[in-house]
Design a protein. Structure first.
Ligand code: ASP
Ligand code: MG
Length: 495
């Protein structure tokens, strides 16, 4: 009897620990205007009331991040600051338009919770006022000092997410959840215990157990109070207390990392398209939606240019095997793309699962001057890249030569080229692109030969070919002018 009870408790415990609250992430285009914001508010209210309280991660509203960066560069480069200020004033009026709409249309205004509504309104207005005052002061500082460091860029871009969570919590509490017991609370990521490391504009979360446990504890205690945490994506603070960002599109990473910390049952990434597709529909008209992908396939796609996911955002999900579902906030009933451990590798399906391209690539050919059997050549070359702090994308080697690519974030210095020239002949070639194909592993050799045949028949030269060890990905470097044509030719042939 006692054993049965213990077993039962065990099972109940497992059921609960398997069903941890989902993380929902919404990108800028899902938050582009009041109609979209209200739509997102309804999606969250629906899940909160009918299912479990989610943890919500938000990007900046619409194209706010682009505008903030534009304003910063204009403050730095233009003769007077008026253009920079007018860009920020555009962002400001957009945020006030939303604020005023909520204030004027909330039903709470008329009801018994009028006092709470007035308090919320006061807090939202106070924060928006303060943020824009600070932002304008920083832009004036950039202009006066004629200086824009990565630290300042991160600080300026952080305002987008800080504003969006505040405005959104105001909206959902007063336009979507006004009749419910549930309430949303906004948080800057650092207030939940998240910490970042590494360089500005491209930092990473610190992943130690202390950080993860703190984040989990904080979020659990918020949810226990029946509140929905609305958290800033993309931004964090480093150990010096300075604001950093995780690289463009970094809210995806915030969402999956929080999912990892909390052991969430799933991570929903809400975008403005029906999930991932076989190719970028802007380039290939006949691109088709993908119903499922593995973490690895999705990572390769993201890394090699599919703009839809942050390049390293799949890692936390993969580590903890939490499924990631890419959904369309403009088309809620669409199933989207389900990303898990399972490969999309249907035998009777296409040989290629998906394709993408990464532009603005530098191709470097390095040929040893000593010819065959020179030991240590590869390691000498890699050491030079390491010393120059350069990360290499795709690589193909033989005993005496190396071809490799660098993306536009990794620019090789003259000093490194000089060092390479001492041991080899170096050629640096610009205007290249990487075509990447996520392929059915069992067919990868056939696929490669077929692609090369298609390219050569159409006069497109493959400068370099590389297949990752996992064989999930085949990368081919071609001249940038041929990229769109090549993608269409290959897609038409395989799909
Ligand atoms: N707002 C940031 C960006 O536009 C982060 C994100 O959207 O995920 O890059
Ligand atoms: Mg964005």
């Amino acid at each position: 009897m006692i054993n049965t009870i213990i077993l039962l408790f065990g099972m109940i415990h497992v059921c609960f620990s398997l069903k941890k609250n989902p993380v929902l992430k919404f990108g800028g285009s899902s938050l582009a205007n009041i109609k979209r914001l209200k739509n997102v508010g309804d999606i969250i209210s629906d899940i909160s009331i009918n299912d479990q309280l989610p943890v919500v991660v938000l990007s900046a509203i619409g194209s706010t991040t682009n505008k903030l960066l534009e304003a910063s560069y204009s403050a730095l480069n233009d003769d007077d600051i008026s253009k920079s200020l007018s860009i920020v004033n555009g962002v400001k009026s957009n945020h006030y338009l939303i604020f005023n709409f909520i204030k004027d249309n909330s039903k709470n205004n008329l009801k018994s919770n009028k006092i709470k509504f007035e308090r919320d309104t006061l807090i939202a207005k106070r924060d928006i006022d303060e943020y824009f005052t600070n932002l304008i002061n920083i832009l004036k500082g950039i202009h006066l000092l004629n200086e824009l460091s990565p630290v300042v860029i991160d600080n300026v871009s952080s305002f987008g997410e800080r504003l969006s969570v505040r405005l959104f919590a105001y909206l959902i509490n007063n336009m979507c959840l006004e009749d419910s017991e549930i309430e949303a609370e906004f948080y800057d990521s650092w207030d939940l215990g998240l910490k970042a490391d590494g360089c500005h504009n491209d930092s990473k979360f610190i992943e130690d157990d202390y950080v993860k446990d703190t984040v989990k504890m904080n979020i659990e205690s918020i949810i226990k109070r029946n509140k929905i945490p609305i958290v800033t994506g993309f931004i964090c603070k480093n150990l010096d207390g300075k604001i950093t960002t995780l690289g463009r599109g970094g809210s995806d990473l915030t969402a999956t990392f929080i999912g990892e910390c909390c052991g969430s049952r799933e991570i929903q990434v809400w975008k403005d398209v029906n999930g991932l597709m076989t190719a970028d529909p802007k380039v290939v008209k006949d691109a088709k939606p993908l119903s499922k992908l593995s973490y690895e396939q999705a990572s390769e796609l993201a890394y090699f240019g599919a703009k839809i996911l942050h390049p390293i955002s799949m890692l936390p999900a993969k580590k903890t095997e939490i499924p990631v579902i890419i959904k369309n906030s403009y088309n809620v009933t669409n199933e989207g793309t389900f990303i898990s451990n399972e490969l999309n590798n249907d035998i009777d399906k296409e040989y290629i699962v998906a394709m993408t391209s990464k532009k603005d690539i530098t191709l470097i050919d390095i040929v040893s001057t000593r010819m065959l059997e020179q030991t240590g050549f590869l390691s000498k070359v890699f050491k030079i890249f390491e010393e120059d702090n350069i990360s290499i994308d795709v690589i193909a080697t033989s005993e005496i030569s190396i071809s490799l690519t660098l993306d536009n974030k990794n620019i090789i210095s003259k000093n490194a080229i000089d060092k390479l020239n001492k041991i080899s002949c170096v050629r640096v070639k610009k205007d290249y692109s990487i075509l990447s194909f996520i392929v059915n592993i069992d067919k990868s050799n056939e696929v490669l030969s077929k692609i090369l045949y298609i390219l050569s028949k159409n006069g497109i030269n493959a400068e370099m070919i590389s297949q990752g060890a996992s064989k999930v990905n085949i990368s081919i470097v071609i001249h940038s002018k041929d990229v769109d044509k090549a993608l269409n030719l290959v897609h038409n042939n395989f799909f």
